[in-house]
Design a protein around this ligand. Structure first.
Ligand code: ES4
Ligand code: ZN
Length: 324
């Protein structure tokens, strides 16, 4: 089954590129940029990745990315990840990135965009790996900051496959960002949003009704609202589920208790993704393998899940045919 899952062409729809920063590269970049880290070693960093909830993770996630300064750093970050993903049989990666988390450190948008764009081109050429770019707004910042970012990104609007909404969910409902998402819609930029990870099912409804998203990131708490589940099924809405993330952030206690089997049973279009692979114990393949161990799914189930991800990806019809 491991061979089968490795060879199965997988698309990853939910990845935060800053969350792919492995401690080894973090230490190398800290040295290159003369940044002090609060860990003495790679092992000490990994030992610190013991989270009680989303916020306790976000604190380390924002601290970790403080080593990213130059175009080359963002190139190395993304290229390192593309190589690992390629080795796991991932053929397409859609990455969220968090410009606001870099701007507060004095790293401007063009640095981030240039580094990521170089890595994407290189990955396409050298690995045959395609990718998409999702510019995320930090929902724990105010809506005006998100709007400024969207304005500032004008030179890059054409390069964005979508905008997204991430960071601390509780107390930061989708409704806070209606105007920003309306503006993105008028610009013709597709929209996705994290909803129903730690937040309630009502946030998933808001993301659909107010932000007009084409995918829900996580969405696992939809099961608390049967009418919502029926709606998600009828609309063919895709959920980008991240099982190992949900375990590590204590959205669920153990993977065996993850609601993925119920989501599938309800006829929802679920996909499997890594979220922040450097922090949550593995990449896309590890998430597939963890589900295989926990739920004993057959090959047909994994073919269905991987197929859903390719259907829902931001790629041309031509690329889609090549991915299968
Ligand atoms: C995130 Cl797991 C998760 N949830 C929300 N926002 C995020 N940013 C990076 N990882
Ligand atoms: Zn996420």
């Amino acid at each position: 089954m491991r061979d089968f899952l490795t060879r199965l062409p997988k698309a990853e729809l939910h990845l935060h590129i800053e969350g792919s920063l492995e401690p080894e590269l973090m230490f190398a970049l800290a040295e290159r940029n003369r940044v002090r880290l609060p860990f003495a070693s790679v092992e000490e960093a990994r030992d610190a990745y013991d989270f009680s909830d989303l916020q306790s993770f976000l604190d380390l996630y924002y601290q970790g990315m403080s080593v990213l300064h130059t175009v080359e750093d963002f190139y190395d970050l993304a290229m390192d990840y593309f190589r690992r993903a390629h080795a796991e049989g991932v053929v397409h990666v859609e990455m969220h990135f968090d410009p606001q988390a870099h701007q507060v450190r004095g790293i401007e948008l063009p640095v981030v965009m240039e580094g990521l764009a170089l890595a994407r081109r290189h990955a396409e050429r050298e690995l045959g790996l395609s990718s998409a770019l999702i510019m995320a707004f930090l929902r724990d910042q105010d809506a005006a900051a998100a709007m400024s970012l969207l304005d500032e990104a004008a030179p890059y609007w054409e390069m964005l496959d979508a905008v997204g909404l991430d960071s601390a969910e509780r107390g930061n409902p989708p409704s806070k960002f209606v105007e920003v998402f309306e503006r993105a819609a008028r610009l013709g930029i597709p929209r996705v949003a994290h909803a129903g990870e730690e937040g309630p099912a009502a946030y998933i409804r808001e993301a659909l009704d107010l932000l007009d998203v084409c995918r829900i990131d996580h969405g696992v708490r939809c099961l608390e609202d049967p009418d919502l589940v029926a709606r998600l099924r009828d609309e063919g809405m895709v959920l980008t589920v991240c099982p190992l993330s949900n375990v590590r952030l204590k959205v669920v206690e153990r993977i065996e208790e993850h609601p993925l089997p119920q989501l599938l049973e309800a006829g929802l279009r679920v996909t499997l993704n890594s979220d922040d692979p450097a922090y949550f114990g593995g990449g896309v393949l590890d998430n597939y393998l963890a589900c295989q161990r926990a739920f004993d799914w057959d090959e047909a189930t994994f073919i269905q899940i991987a197929g859903t991800a390719i259907e829902a990806a931001f790629v041309s019809q031509r690329r889609r045919l090549a991915l299968r």
